[in-house]
Design a protein around this ligand. Structure first.
Ligand SMILES: N[C@H](CCC[C@H](N)C(=O)O)C(=O)O
Length: 279
């Protein structure tokens, strides 16, 4: 079986082309758990499977988190899969990718830079305070697409200097908080100065911090734009794995278009030889 290993700003994925492999979809959750396990197999934040299109796109992308749960969409994953689609000839410089959350369009900017239009917010609650251990956090709540990928957006002053253990404990509690019925990807951010946004995302389905999260960054930029804290044009967000840039097009209090641009890295492509694949 052939695979590609890619990352987008350090958010890393394994890609399988099911147009060639012909695997049954039943095995994908177990396959994701196995392949994403960093010590026993290749290791990644998620598994993406390329499938035949169903509604006019160039192809369809299925996304599984490292714990085997299905994700509605993945922003960095979609940017990576657009590069994959371009490089193996599934699509041209402009492409239409079917995801569970809806159609995502992608564009090749340079060899390594890819830009996608994220699914637009279907829910956006700017004021969504959430209490953890007697303390109220001034969160916002965003869902991108339909069905929506859930994101909590949480300002946390001094984020960069906070102890990892504190962030992990808070991330885990918010991720599973009853205020978020679907669970949530928890995006902590700190505006450190003009145009300087630092973000870290505790991801649902990874159950830990990833190096970057595209839909999370899009959600943070959408919230900050509606709050008037940033212009919405080329909002640069720094994460552990690099910089992502978001363009937010709003009409009044509605976000109409959300674009995500950033780097991709094609780390490896080759043959999967794991002798304990759950197939
Ligand atoms: N890292 C991804 C999001 C994965 C979504 C997943 N963690 C879920 O909630 O199912 C991104 O770049 O948008």
């Amino acid at each position: 079986m052939q695979f590609w290993k890619m990352n987008g700003a350090g958010n890393d994925f394994i890609i399988l082309n099911n147009l060639q492999e012909g695997l049954s979809a039943d095995c994908f959750p177990a396959l994701a758990r196995r392949l994403c396990e960093r010590r026993l197999s290749i290791g990644a934040d998620g598994l993406m499977v390329v499938e035949r299109p169903q509604s006019g796109g160039d192809y369809r992308m299925l996304f599984y988190n490292s714990d085997g749960s299905a994700g509605e969409m993945c922003g960095n994953g979609a940017r990576c899969i657009c590069r994959y689609g371009y490089e193996i000839g599934l699509a041209g410089e402009l492409q239409r990718v079917e995801t569970t959350a809806g159609l995502v369009t992608g564009r090749r900017i340079t060899r390594r830079q890819y830009k996608i239009e994220l699914n637009r917010p279907t829910t956006l609650r700017l004021d969504y305070p959430v209490e953890v251990d007697g303390k109220t956090y001034p969160c916002s709540y965003v869902e991108l697409g339909d069905p929506g990928l859930p994101h909590a957006v949480v300002p946390l002053p001094g984020l960069r200097g906070r102890p990892e253990a504190e962030l992990f404990a808070l991330g885990r509690k918010l991720r599973a908080h009853p205020a978020f019925p679907k669970g949530a990807n928890v995006n902590f951010f700190d505006v450190e100065g003009p145009g300087r946004i630092w973000e870290r995302t505790f991801e649902r389905g990874v159950e830990g911090f990833t190096y970057a999260c595209g839909t999370g960054t899009g959600s943070v930029a959408a919230v900050l734009t509606l709050q008037g804290a940033v212009s919405g044009r080329a909002v640069a967000v720094q994460m552990t794995g690099g910089e992502l840039v978001v363009d937010v097009e709003r009409r009044g209090s509605t976000v109409e278009h959300l674009f995500l641009t950033g780097p991709t890295n094609m780390v490896a492509k080759g043959e999967l030889t794991d002798e304990e694949l759950p197939l």
